[in-house]
Design a protein around this ligand. Structure first.
Ligand SMILES: O=C[C@H](O)[C@H](O)[C@H](O)COP(=O)(O)O
Length: 248
């Protein structure tokens, strides 16, 4: 089970301020010479901005961005960047989450970057989550679960997702995420995103492998057994949520 501590008593409460607070707490783990996975989303933006300030102040790190958006921001802040192919072993990946459930089970992908985020987190010795307290839940699933799918055979893939979810008692609308231009949202990898409105996912450990077994599913937004620690900012400070599980 998770354990929690509260190390910081900073009291700021706008959403952006809380995200920055969580990011700053996570950045205390960063040392010169480290190779960092850089997440995607509004919380990760605060992380990259704060990291940019640290780099400007002399911190020597290399970042591997999880999306084109993050890469663009990092570049604009003169953060040295690499790719996962050039830098396949990372010290720490730091990223936001859409939901943080028991034992640091996560839902991610609200920003459409779940595939690169999961690959990047898997390449890091330590995966650190940053969030504001609204992301903490007792049961995953209120936030629609993002599932990245290949465009080919979409109807078949949707039917098979419905079947494997139904076998676990999960029902709800499967909604194709819309892109800015009116068609389907297209990920950096050229795939579509299905947002599954299950409402509750009481057994994510069963749903994850079932979704992964659907041929048209590239990856799903359940990040299970991956996060090592979460820095969760609220109006009374930053709460540290740890898992007792050791990463191999
Ligand atoms: O694809 C996007 C990522 O998984 C984000 O980390 C996640 O959606 C959280 O984003 P935000 O920090 O904007 O709430």
């Amino acid at each position: 089970m998770s354990a929690t501590e509260t190390p910081s008593n900073d009291t700021t409460s706008s959403p952006a301020a809380l995200k920055r607070l969580a990011a700053l707490e996570a950045l205390k783990e960063v040392r010169s010479g480290m190779k960092l996975g850089l997440g995607t989303g509004s919380t990760a933006i605060e992380l990259v901005r704060a990291l940019g300030e640290m780099v400007a102040g002399g911190l020597d790190v290399v970042g591997v961005p999880t999306s084109e958006r993050t890469a663009e921001l990092a570049r604009s802040l003169s953060i040295p960047l690499s790719t996962l192919d050039e830098t396949p072993e990372l010290d720490i990946a730091i990223d936001g989450a859409d939901e943080i459930g028991p034992d640091l089970a996560l839902v991610k992908g609200g920003g459409g970057a779940l595939l690169r985020e999961k690959i990047t987190a898997s390449a890091a010795r330590r995966f650190v989550v940053i969030a504001d307290e609204t992301k903490m839940v007792d049961c995953l699933g209120r936030f629609p679960l993002p599932i990245e799918v290949v465009p080919f055979g979409l109807t078949v893939t949707l039917r098979q997702i419905r079947e494997v979810a139904g076998a676990l008692g999960l029902t709800g609308n499967l909604e194709m995420r819309a892109g800015a231009g009116g068609g389907h949202y297209v990920t950096d990898g050229g795939h579509f995103i299905v947002d599954a409105h299950f409402g509750r996912i009481p057994r994510p450990g069963e749903l994850g492998p079932a979704l992964a077994a659907v041929p048209g599913v590239v990856e799903h937004g359940l990040f299970l057994g991956m996060a090592d620690i979460a820095y969760v900012a609220g109006s009374t400070g930053v709460q540290i949520v740890r898992t007792s599980r050791a990463r191999g």
